[in-house]
Write a protein that binds this ligand. Sequence first.
Ligand code: FES
Length: 296
Amino acid sequence: MATETMIDLIGEQKWLDPLEDSVQEAVKDAFAAAGPSGGEIKDFLHGKWLGHALHPALTDIPVGAWTGAMAFDVMDMVGSGRELRAGADALVGIGLLGAVGSALTGTADWADSYGRARKIGVVHGVLNVAATALYATSFFLRRNRRSRSTGVALSMMGYALASASAYLGGHLVLGEQMGVDHTATADAGQPEKFTAVMLESDLEERKLTRVDAGGVAVLLVRLDGQIQAIANTCTHMGGPLNEGKLIGDHAVECPWHCSRFSLRDGSVIDGPATFPEPQFEVRVRKGHIEVRAAKK
Ligand code: FES
């Protein structure tokens, strides 16, 4: 399909790499410069407080508002009405406010992307900036009767760009798996009955250990004799938690983008992850460690 060819073409633009590297570094430096609050702001923008990615929820505001504005503009052209014009103008303004929130949350998410998704994210962002600039200009031109028709024309151009960008945004989630819970599909295969995964005597104290429980990768850690178990696949982008670091006496840090999860209950301590890790119940029977999915 033409759209898939276009997305493949974007993913092949290697010349964008240095630019992406420097912008990504600049974004990370900006958060780091704010100290601990920078990390908290970044986590807020990812949606850690919501337990869900925030960006996709906010993008509905500009897309919805600008679609409504377009409908009112078209109705105004056909039937002309002051209320229709006022409604369209208000929706353009609401969309602009939503675009600011979408840009901030999207930039925070993009800072932890890589490869093809990072490239598609760049084009997605550039299209959004261009669409927002057109809508912002339109917002002011609409106030004057003489320049109103130009303002409406600009917003229609902005709508075309925003629609193309929304398509890429949808692909980033559905095609590149950004912002989704990477353990969601494994949930179905989690053992409901206790399943033996390894000999208890083989589990070393404080060693992040990956085991297989009925096809699901589980992370085991023995801390002060207590065995903790959460999913081994990072919910953010699927990083292998057993290759990460044990932090203090209750957390694991993902090796890919440094999200931290509590080993006690799988909750997110630090983003960019927003979804918690699935937790497993553990017991020892006849010298074997057994796990099963924790009841939710
Ligand atoms: S894969 Fe990104 S933090 Fe784990």
